[in-house]
Structure formats: structure tokens, C-alpha cells
Design a protein around this ligand. Structure first.
Ligand code: GDD
Length: 403
């Protein structure tokens, strides 16, 4: 891959927020050449493959069309471990069973490992209790609904498999080639950093919409435009220099190094992506003292890589967008570093988009603690029943045995 080196890096305490990087060539060959020019960086196929061997890709899925899911699977580079966390219905039609069958079929022909679990599996809930991570359990004792909750389970499984990187790809992507690019971008990002604490976020070049008989190549989604604006406004308020550096506040497709994934708390549902940024800025932006000395010493790198493929995904309607906007802006609103002016602007935006009245505060997002204190051996032992021999499964492409 031939990629621009970041033209601009905003430093916020120990956090290095790199400006968006353009991909010049999706594949730049095998040779590990010296830099062609300081402005670009060549990352060989081998370097990308080496990272992919150490990376798990988590696909959260809830009731997506099987054809979309199969397309997404085909786009994940061969060297990555696939982890599917499903919250699809079991009755009257067992959609989870259909997803599991599709995955098994895929693994049989591609001879590659994968794991699939159901978010509401009682064994998973019991395993979490034994491992000391109860906070994502609901009143029924099972893992709560939500994409973020699925992501957390995915990170735990990636950790169990000994992976160094974990990436997230939605199951409702229309373009397998785009999925492939997202993961290659993650891997490319992980070849650059100075620190073990790294996040790579995909920035869409275009998010097209169908308008009548035409395709319109829109640059921003409705939610991301506003969330980026407010996150940037908080950084500006603290640095006293106006910035637009954040372009990926809602990036569903993003990846984390395991050391960073282990210390991040996660917000529930669709607040998850902006909250990751807000937590990092609160803790490591140099505003408040932090207990994480090693992180302060090494810093955190946030890369934002601009995709070449347009992002086509399933449109789920205005109500869905409104829910996402509320959750996303709430994650920014309740940050302890959010200034009063930004809060007011958020309330006004929510009112302007008829999501909630300007005089009402958005509902507080639920925050789950980081997984660093999870007893991973206890978790491994307890999931044995559905994932018979975790090591064997990760090597030999078996999926959870549960019917
Ligand atoms: N495991 C699990 N559990 N998966 C879920 C759940 C759940 O409760 N709810 C949704 N998903 C899956 C969906 O099936 C899909 O694969 C993915 O999570 C994203 O959910 P969508 O409902 O399709 O979200 P979206 O496409 O509108 O928004 C995406 O893009 C936004 C940025 O534009 C999400 O990734 C957002 O988080 C992101 O901010």
C-alpha cells in the first residue's frame, strides 16, 4: 500500500491525533523499498500480512441479510481471525443458526479459523460472571443488547486467541472489496506507530446516497458531521486553537491494539465510537492526572485513514439515525472535559434535528469498565462448554458447538 504520511499531527497531552491520510495505491507490491519521498510511505504486502496474522476482526451482527454477511466474510483478508458476535433472533426463525451455517460453510472451503457466538448465550453470561465482568449483564442475567456489548465480547475472544490487534467491521456492508480495504487500512496503520497504544479509524472518502436515479457521493453522514464538529470544538476549547482534525468520531470500522483495547472503558450501544475518543482525551489530554503512567510515557497514536472505496451500507431509516445521533452526542456531552458552550450547542443540535427538546439534557450513556481486570483464564475455562478447546478452535476453524 502506498499511503501519505500524516501531513498534520495535533498533539493533545500524550495523544497524537494524526490528520487523515490518503491511500495512493491500494497495493504497492512486494518490495520493502525505502521511502520514495518523505510525504509517502510504502507498506509492502508482506508487512501487511504480518500484522493481519496477529489481528482478529470482530463482526457484530443483528438480523442482517445473509447475503450481506457472506459478502463481508469474503472481504476479510485470509490471515485474520474472524470473530462473529451475533444478537440475531433465535425464534421463530433461527437466524443465528443460518449465520453459523454460512460461516461454517465459508470456513470449510477457505480452510480458515473463525469463531461465532450468540450474545445471549447463557454460557457466555456465566463465564463473564466467573471472570469478574458482570457490568454488561442485564436484569435477565444475560448480556445486554447493543453493538458495543457485542464488540466487548469480541475483544475478549480476540484476547483469548492471543491476538495483538482487534478490528471491527459491520455486517451490513454492501461491498466486500471495501471491507477488504478497511482491514488492509487497519493493518497499514499498525505498521506506522511510535507507541503500543494505537487506534486506526477509517475515514470515508464518500458515503454515497441514491437520489432518484442518481448516485450522489456525499462526503459526510448526518451523525458523523455533527459529532466530529462537537469533538473538535472540545479540543479547540482546551488548546485554544481551532481544529478540524477529528474526521472519524463515529467510525464503526476501526481497530485497536490490544494494550489500548484493554484499558478503554466502553460506552453502550452507538455511543461506543465517540466515547473511545472522549475517554482518551479526558485521561491523556494532559487536563487531568492519570494512573496510566506507561501510556503517558509512550503516548497514544490515533490514525485516520481515508478509504478509496465508497462506503455503501444498509440504510436503516430516520428513527435509527435519530437514536444514533442522541447516543453519539450524549457520549460527547457527558465527557468531563466538555465545556458549557459545546454542551449548549449539542442541546441545540438535538432540538434542531427534533431528537430532544433544547431544554432537556440527553440521557447519560452507560459506561462499561475496561476489560483489563477480567480473569481471562476463568473466562477460557468457563466457555469451554460451547467453544470446546479454545486453542484448537482458533487453529482449526470450528465454530461454537451450541445448537
Ligand atoms: N452483536 C450485535 N449486537 N450486533 C449488533 C447489535 C447488537 O445488539 N445491534 C446492531 N448490531 C450490528 C449490526 O448488525 C451491524 O452489523 C452493526 O452492528 C452496525 O449496526 P447498524 O445498526 O447497522 O448501524 P449503522 O450502520 O446505522 O451505523 C454504523 O455506522 C456508524 C457510523 O456511520 C455503526 O457502526 C455505528 O456504530 C457507527 O457510528
Amino acid at each position: 500500500m502506498l499511503i501519505e504520511t500524516p501531513r498534520y499531527t495535533e498533539r493533545f497531552g500524550s495523544v497524537r491525533i494524526h490528520g487523515t491520510q490518503r491511500v495512493l495505491e491500494l497495493d504497492s507490491g512486494d518490495e520493502e523499498e525505502a521511502l520514495l519521498e518523505p510525504a509517502v510511505r510504502k507498506i509492502s504486502r508482506q508487512a501487511i500480512a504480518q500484522i493481519e496474522k496477529r489481528m482478529a476482526i470482530v463482526i457484530p451482527i443483528k438480523g442482517e441479510e445473509l447475503k450481506l454477511f457472506e459478502g463481508v466474510l469474503s472481504g476479510i483478508p485470509h490471515n485474520c481471525l474472524i470473530i462473529v458476535v451475533s444478537n440475531s433472533q433465535r425464534e421463530p426463525v433461527d437466524r443465528y443458526r443460518m449465520e453459523r451455517d454460512a460461516l461454517e460453510h465459508f470456513c470449510k472451503f477457505t480452510k480458515r479459523p473463525a469463531v461465532i457466538i450468540h450474545q445471549k448465550d447463557r454460557v457466555i453470561a456465566e463465564a463473564l460472571k466467573k471472570a469478574g465482568y458482570r457490568s454488561i449483564l442485564g436484569e435477565d442475567g444475560l448480556v445486554k443488547d447493543g453493538k458495543a456489548e457485542g464488540m466487548i465480547l469480541g475483544i475478549l475472544l480476540a484476547k483469548l486467541a492471543g491476538k495483538d490487534y482487534v478490528g471491527f467491521v459491520d455486517a451490513d456492508n454492501y461491498m466486500p472489496g471495501a471491507v477488504h480495504e478497511y482491514v488492509e487500512n487497519f493493518a497499514a496503520g499498525f505498521t506506522i506507530p511510535e507507541s503500543p497504544f494505537v487506534m486506526v479509524r477509517n475515514a470515508w472518502l464518500f458515503k454515497p446516497k441514491i437520489l432518484g436515479t442518481d448516485v450522489y457521493f456525499k462526503k459526510w453522514g448526518r451523525v458523523s458531521e455533527l459529532t466530529n464538529q462537537h469533538v473538535n470544538s472540545i479540543i479547540s476549547a482546551h488548546t485554544h486553537f481551532e481544529t478540524e482534525v477529528i474526521k472519524t468520531a463515529n467510525a464503526g470500522e476501526h481497530a485497536l491494539s490490544m494494550p489500548l483495547a484493554s484499558i478503554l472503558p466502553f460506552a453502550s450501544g452507538f455511543a461506543v465510537e465517540p466515547y473511545e475518543l472522549m475517554f482518551i482525551f479526558e485521561q491523556f489530554g494532559g487536563i487531568k492526572p492519570t494512573a496510566y503512567k506507561e501510556v503517558v510515557e509512550k503516548g497514544i497514536d490515533i490514525y485516520q485513514i481515508e478509504t478509496r472505496n465508497p462506503h455503501f451500507h444498509k440504510e436503516k431509516g430516520d428513527k435509527h439515525v435519530a437514536e444514533m445521533l442522541l447516543a453519539s452526542l450524549a457520549a460527547v456531552y457527558y465527557s468531563s472535559i466538555c465545556d458549557e458552550e459545546t454542551k449548549k450547542a449539542i442541546r441545540n443540535d438535538l432540538a434542531r434535528h427534533k431528537v430532544s427538546p433544547a431544554n432537556r439534557e440527553p440521557p447519560k450513556p452507560v459506561i462499561y469498565p475496561p476489560i483489563k481486570n477480567v480473569n481471562i483464564d476463568a473466562f477460557r475455562e468457563a466457555v469451554k462448554e460451547i467453544i470446546p478447546a479454545v486453542e484448537t478452535m482458533f487453529k482449526n476453524s470450528l465454530t461454537a458447538k451450541r445448537k
